[in-house]
Design a protein around this ligand. Sequence first.
Ligand code: INI
Length: 189
Amino acid sequence: MSAASKDAGYAPPRAAAAARPDAPADGGHRLLEGSLDGQGLAIAIVAARFNEHVCDRLLEGALDALARHGTSPDRVTVVRVPGAFEVPFAARRLALSGGYDAIVGLGAVIRGETPHFDYVAGEAARGIAVAAEETGVPILFGVLTTETVEQALERSGGKHGNRGADSALAAIEMARLARLLDAEGERTR
Ligand code: INI
């Protein structure tokens, strides 16, 4: 198992497999794959406050990743909500506004002693998936679900990377892919 798959980080598009939306001259297959060009994209980030220290680190990672990939700060909107449970609500409303290419949901659900964990983590995941499906806008799952605070810190800028940054990169890729897929309709009509 590679390090990337072990930590469930972001698996970026391979440079060699740059999208070939037009039929290649060599007769090979067409390939549709988003790129990591964040220029000109409008991205919203919904970040929970519960376990605020961890969420702030996720948010920092996401903002930094967007800036490094060309998304202008004035095209990035940050929305804060109480906890991970509320992330899908805000993400769905932002998606329905029609103003965003992709939305990143950030939160930290830490098991600790609370039986709340399963409900909050499950609903955050389900709600984000349903909102993306229903609105057709990519909504990325940047919610950490861990047993301990230490594990959450390791995944928010520690030795296992930053889930916020990973989700922001996945948001750029999916926003780009969505544009390619939109163009498919034009092409095949
Ligand atoms: N919210 C989190 O984001 N992380 C948690 O670990 C958590 N726990 O453990 O309870 C949590 N609970 C709050 C929840 O997200 C809602 O804000 C609250 O239930 C009000 O709807």
